[in-house]
Design a protein around this ligand. Structure first.
Ligand code: NAD
Length: 257
């Protein structure tokens, strides 16, 4: 990954930050996008601790805003001259509720960020990669993009859409040297998942986590670095022929009937 230019959305914490840390250590040049400016600055400090020479561009942007997406893509090209890899990761869970009671404003917000944000990203990054006749894209779906998850209709709808758009990007732009894949993480311990366990059991989120871990074949949750290593492979030249796939990173959990 040395000197590869990688855009990471949702880079300030969780899975985005873990991959930024992993790629910074390998000498990649990173364009970090997040709508939480303060957390983004904290992330920069962490990355400089890992690699003092790492070249970073930080852009405060909401991925559900098309103009902001166009801008982060343009800024990245102005600064680094190209885009080798795109980790299209920013997303939210929304609030958990039965399908018929789901808050419509939250539903629309989840779709705006998780579906439209991922789409806008590809809409503006792909033309840059087409000019280069080279590029690797990793969209973030979820196990909720492979199967249903109770009380998370908006999230499941948005993540199935990410998986679908990934197949299409693979079909339409493979001829331009662009390989597009999605990852489908299971429960990986990040701030988002900690928040989900608080919703499941507000009095004892740790108990909800322990209960959840029991059903995983590995009997534990994943850690962000276990996602970063897979993302790094998919964004690298080591990946020459994997495209259009949604790859589960879930300890095998998505195969349980
Ligand atoms: P997180 O909440 O810990 O971190 C998400 C980051 O994205 C934050 O820094 C947040 O500020 C940023 N972000 C959110 N919405 C944004 C927007 N509209 N514009 C710009 N930045 C935005 O979440 P995470 O667990 O790291 O999740 C990252 C991605 O992985 C999401 O798409 C999520 O759905 C997906 N995912 C996570 C898990 C898991 O177990 N953690 C499982 C499956 C899928």
């Amino acid at each position: 990954m040395k000197n590869k230019v990688i855009i990471i959305t949702g880079a300030a914490m969780g899975l985005g930050l873990a991959t930024a840390e992993y790629l910074a250590a390998k000498g990649a040049k990173l364009s970090l996008v997040d709508y939480n400016g303060e957390a983004l600055q904290d992330a920069v400090k962490k990355l400089k601790d890992i690699n003092a020479d790492v070249e970073l561009l930080t852009i405060e942007a909401d991925v559900s805003n098309e103009e902001a997406v166009k801008n982060y893509v343009e800024k990245t090209v102005e600064t680094f001259g190209r885009i080798d890899g795109f980790y299209n990761n920013a997303g939210i869970e929304g609030k958990q509720a039965p399908m018929t009671e789901y808050d419509l404003a939250v539903f629309k917000k989840v779709i705006d960020i998780n579906l439209m944000g991922v789409y806008y990203g590809m809409r503006y990054v792909i033309p840059v990669m087409q000019k280069q006749q080279y590029g690797k894209i990793v969209n973030v779906a979820s196990v909720g993009g492979i199967r249903g998850v109770q009380n998370q209709t908006a999230y499941v709808a948005s993540k199935h859409a990410v998986s679908g758009m990934t197949k299409n990007a693979g079909l339409e732009y493979g001829q331009d040297g662009i390989l597009t894949n999605a990852i489908a993480p299971g429960a990986i311990l990040t701030p988002m998942v900690e928040e989900a366990f608080k919703q499941v059991n507000p009095d004892d989120p740790k108990a909800a986590e322990t209960e959840y871990a029991k059903r995983n074949p590995t009997r534990r949750l994943g850690v962000p670095k276990e996602v970063a290593t897979v993302v790094s492979f998919l964004l690298s030249e080591e990946n020459g022929y994997v495209s259009g796939q949604t790859i589960a990173i879930d300890g095998g959990e998505s195969n349980i009937y």
